[in-house]
Design a binder for this molecule. Structure first.
Ligand code: FES
Length: 362
């Protein structure tokens, strides 16, 4: 029995007929206990000041649309702050100012939008208590018609159609609110002549003759230092020449390598890749081909590399082929050799792109 009502009497009647209380107890063996605490029903309706005083109603309306305009202003301020307080490389103060002012703008936008909506509901929308009983999922035609009526009533009672200033300012605030996100996400995209992300990810800084060095010290590694079963985290020796403003972290993220030494007879190498290793020493990209986590767990006994993010496993004896997990392709191998002084060097860059394989790179 779904009836709106604002009196305790109506509620009590609805409760009684629906639950079998009073004189309508259920038949059979069921024992229906009466409620220990009677339903008190609705408290007497108390009109709000905005119901009684048109001036106060007008003031509440002004407050609501002012808040919505304030919200739009906050969103616009967040965009302006993004441009006025750019992040400068190696300047922590600029990061602080950028985050602070963008954050203030977004906070104002959200807060004003929320407070405006609550104030609108509490002070201006129709103030009527009601009961809405549960129904089967799909209502009858009459219920559906009633739903349309309810929408129309809600429109009428909330004043959404009638109070054009509130409605339009709300629409303006909602349109303005996502705009900072567009600008902020655009800022994540690479800029400049090399802005094509596919190109940027296609190559790393490895090139022929670059020494393999320990991460993070940058000390070059000799082949004799790599004992069977050991594993090294490796960067190009030349990475140390790059400053942070020159893309140190970006280059490191792409070029990072894991170096391991196995017994040469344990390696099962393709004919065309036989000279990519040196006396059982192999080097593979540390960037998981699933979604790019660092593959840093080496099981010395099984020669498996494990990615901790989603448990992809790679077989080091077999060109890091995927043996388990969601990664779709092997870890790219860095062809290596040894120079005149016994240091491990790259023969070239990776011959395929490193990292997640969801990019269509070719
Ligand atoms: S990122 Fe390595 S398994 Fe998902």
């Amino acid at each position: 029995m779904a009836q709106d009502g604002n009196s305790g009497t109506e509620l009590a009647a609805a409760d009684s007929s629906d639950h079998g209380h009073g004189t309508e107890l259920a038949v059979g063996t069921a024992v229906v206990a009466t409620d220990a605490v009677p339903n008190p029903g609705f408290p007497p309706h108390r009109p709000r000041v905005t119901d009684l005083d048109p001036k106060k109603e007008k003031r509440a309306e002004r407050t609501v649309y002012t808040l919505f305009y304030l919200s739009a202003a906050g969103s616009i301020w967040a965009i302006a702050a993004y441009m006025m307080f750019p992040i400068e490389p190696e300047n922590l103060n600029s990061v602080r100012a950028n985050n602070l002012f963008i954050g203030l703008g977004l906070a104002l936008a959200l807060l004003a939008l929320g407070i405006g909506a609550v104030h609108w509901g509490k002070a201006l929308m129709h103030d009527q208590e009601g009961i809405d009983m549960r129904h089967p999922t799909r209502g009858s035609e009459s219920t559906r018609d009633r739903a349309v009526e309810v929408f129309a009533e809600a429109n009428e009672e909330s004043g959404f159609g009638r109070r054009s200033l509130i409605r339009n300012s709300l629409i303006g605030a909602l349109i303005a609110f996502p705009l900072p996100a567009v600008v902020l996400f655009r800022g994540l995209a690479p800029e400049g002549p090399e802005a094509n992300p596919v190109r940027l990810l296609e190559h790393t800084m490895w090139k022929k003759g670059d020494r393999l060095a320990r991460d993070p010290s940058g000390v070059p590694i000799k082949a004799v230092d790599v004992t069977i079963g050991s594993v090294f985290h490796v960067i190009p020796e030349e990475l140390a020449n790059l400053g942070h403003s020159e893309g140190y972290l970006e280059e490191k993220a792409k070029a990072i390598v894991l170096l391991m030494r196995l017994k040469p007879e344990d390696l099962v190498e393709d004919e065309d890749k036989k000279d990519w290793s040196y006396d059982g020493i192999v080097a593979y990209s540390k960037v998981c081909t699933h979604v790019g986590c660092p593959v840093a767990l080496y099981e010395q006994q099984t020669h498996h590399l494990l990615c901790p993010c989603h448990q992809s496993q790679f077989d080091v004896t077999n060109h890091c082929a995927v043996i388990f997990g969601p990664a779709a392709r092997p870890l790219p191998q860095l062809p290596i050799a040894v120079d005149d002084e016994g240091y491990l060097v790259a023969q070239s860059d990776f011959l395929e792109p490193v990292g997640p394989s969801f990019w269509e790179r070719h």
